[in-house]
Write a protein that binds this ligand. Structure first.
Ligand code: NDP
Length: 300
């Protein structure tokens, strides 16, 4: 990937570094509780992107010295069966973290399933107890993708205090928690969305611009302030006929080539926020295990 000016933020390298820093804590917990921190992943159905994500999560969890247990359920699994599986994992003392891979099949109410997870084991940080803790400044489990964005921003910019941050997207899993995290970092936060008027006027004032939209390459250079730091959360599959018939490639929500001309630094897709989401899941699993078992570790 080439850039004209912008510094390309290497999410893969930083993610690997983050996982390295977890290893001593994983060893400490394993020694004290007699087993490694353990993550249970539930995958319902055959969604191909979800299968790839789950495979990566499990591989990296195990590579870091933790245990990962996968529960695969067929696409026609009913909500009652899934809730019973979640309850069994809540009740199992050897499970520290529970992740239900989203999206779930349409006939299952995602909200009911997420709220059924014990908040202490909610390593995705989507439970209302953890969302409430984040909103009120209490320690809890924080959603992985927003946490990954903030860690990348701190690594790139240092202290985020006083920066003008604009987030495009207000979902419960990315935009809103990211807004809370950036407020906690003393940034000034604006969240824009599909109903925002004159969106470009707002984004082009951002020192930090974060795109979490799900629209391939929507953010053009005119949306970006010269010298901004751009974090592209989007993962979009678009046709790539140059690679062959029926082939796809991944792009973000930001037009990368254009953005490189104006931004000071930018995350690529793939290789930016995506790897950070996984390392933050590992971090949350370590944290959940430590908090459940009362083990002191190097971070909170
Ligand atoms: P959602 O669909 O839940 O939310 C998208 C947000 O973008 C909404 O707030 C929506 O506004 C806003 N939006 C949509 N169209 C426009 C538009 N034309 N102008 C302005 N705002 C718009 O998506 P997610 O938050 O779940 O995910 C966003 C992207 O991030 C996706 O590409 C997803 O694949 C990716 N992602 C990547 C992860 C990673 O690990 N890197 C993890 C999670 C997500 P409104 O609310 O008004 O509808």
């Amino acid at each position: 990937m080439s850039s004209n000016n912008a510094n390309i933020i290497d999410g893969k390298a930083f993610s690997n570094h983050l996982i390295e820093t977890l290893i001593p804590d994983i060893k400490t917990i394993s020694n004290i509780i007699g087993r490694p921190p353990t993550l249970a992943v539930i995958l319902v159905g055959e969604d191909s992107a979800s299968q790839v994500y789950v495979r990566n999560k499990i591989r990296q969890t195990e590579a870091a010295g933790m245990i990962s247990i996968e529960h695969r359920l067929s696409a026609d699994t009913d909500e009652k069966t899934l809730l019973a599986q979640v309850k069994a994992l809540n009740d199992d003392d050897k499970i520290d973290g529970i992740l239900v891979q989203l999206p779930l099949p349409k006939h299952i109410n995602e909200h009911s399933v997420i709220q059924a997870i014990n908040p202490e084991k909610d390593v995705d940080g989507f439970h209302v107890v953890n969302a409430g803790k984040l909103a009120t400044g209490l320690a809890g489990l924080v959603p992985c993708t927003p946490l990954g964005c903030v860690l990348l921003l701190r690594e790139t910019l240092g202290d985020l205090s006083g920066f003008n941050a604009v987030i495009i997207g207000r979902s419960n899993i990315v935009g809103k928690p990211l807004g809370q995290l950036l407020l906690a970092e003393n940034a000034s936060v604006t969240i824009v969305h599909s109903r925002t008027k004159n969106i470009e006027d707002l984004t082009s004032q951002a020192d930090i611009l974060i795109a979490a939209i799900g629209r391939p390459e929507m953010v053009k250079s005119s949306w970006i302030k010269k010298g901004a730091c751009v974090i592209d959360v989007g993962i979009n599959r678009i046709p790539a006929p140059e690679k062959g018939v029926g082939k796809f490639r991944l792009v973000g929500d930001v037009d990368f080539a254009q953005a490189c001309l104006v931004a000071d630094s930018i995350t690529p897709v793939p290789g930016g926020v995506g790897p950070m989401t996984i390392s933050c899941l590992l971090r949350n699993t370590v944290l959940a295990a430590a908090q459940r078992k009362g083990v002191e570790i190097g971070f909170k």
